[in-house]
Design a protein around this ligand. Structure first.
Ligand code: C5P
Length: 237
């Protein structure tokens, strides 16, 4: 039987770090909302069966009318209202995925440059009870620092990665991880962290330098440059 994959796109943040009144996922890049770039990757992937989009409370209809309809995003079966934190938003989305989806992929709405190829590699690595996450090895030497600013230690960077999304888990495992996190009062900005604490294995898949999370005004500037680079590459190819 073909396995069914549900995508959850948390896009319910207010983007306070950006200093804009419009949440960053709705800002335009070359005339197109950031969130549309993200959703298109999932829309066009043959590996994704359904998409649940999580948006700020009260913006569900606006998103349907302004984003889904004009950009023909037909796989987005549900547009639901998010919570106070990313964790709460993903949990809301998870509860709305089809019970017959055996795997779930979570990807931040503000990571518009995910490639279909990275999404496929993460999905291929998550098999059976094993989860998989995109992550980047460290290029610089990390330091663990005390509150007063002095260095406590220099961890071995060969063992350290920076987590990105997409992150893929069996639906049942992620559900259990979320329920247990709430029961235990655990808060995290990373889905994998909630799964890891239950002892389920999670594998790293090397992510991409341009799979950036647009958080600050500098990130938005960088995003514009990445788009330019992609256009140039297409022009050359
Ligand atoms: O908070 P951060 O910038 O890391 O957000 C990562 C993703 O989580 C963004 O796409 C954001 O819209 C989403 N988010 C959410 N609900 C919240 C906070 C953030 O869906 N309450």
């Amino acid at each position: 039987m073909k396995s069914r994959v549900a995508a959850i796109i948390p896009a319910a943040g207010f983007g306070r770090r950006m200093g804009h009144s419009t949440p960053k996922q709705f800002l335009l890049l070359n005339g197109i909302p950031i969130l549309v770039y993200t959703l298109k990757v999932f829309e066009s992937s043959p590996l994704i069966d359904e998409i649940c989009l999580v948006v700020p409370p009260g913006m569900e209809d606006r998103c349907r009318i302004k984003l889904l309809e004009p950009y023909h995003l037909k796989k987005v079966g549900r547009v639901i209202s998010g919570g106070e934190t990313r964790q709460a938003s993903v949990h809301q989305g998870l509860k709305k995925t089809s019970p017959d989806a055996d795997r779930v992929v979570v990807h931040d709405g503000v990571r518009p440059f995910l490639s279909g190829e990275l999404l496929r590699r993460v999905l291929e690595t998550a098999t059976g009870e094993v989860g998989a996450i995109a992550a980047m090895p460290l290029k610089e030497t990390p330091k663990q620092v005390r509150e007063d600013g002095t260095v406590l230690s220099t961890p071995d960077r060969t063992q350290l990665y920076l987590a990105q999304t997409p992150q893929v888990f069996p639906r049942k495992v992620l559900m259990e991880a979320y329920e247990k996190a709430y029961a235990d009062g655990i808060a995290s900005t990373d889905d994998s962290a909630l799964v890891e604490r239950l002892g389920f294995p999670v594998r790293i898949v090397e992510g991409a330098w341009d799979n950036i999370k647009i958080t600050t005004a500098e990130d938005l500037h960088l995003a514009g440059k990445i788009l330019e680079l992609r256009r140039e590459e297409r022009g050359r190819g």
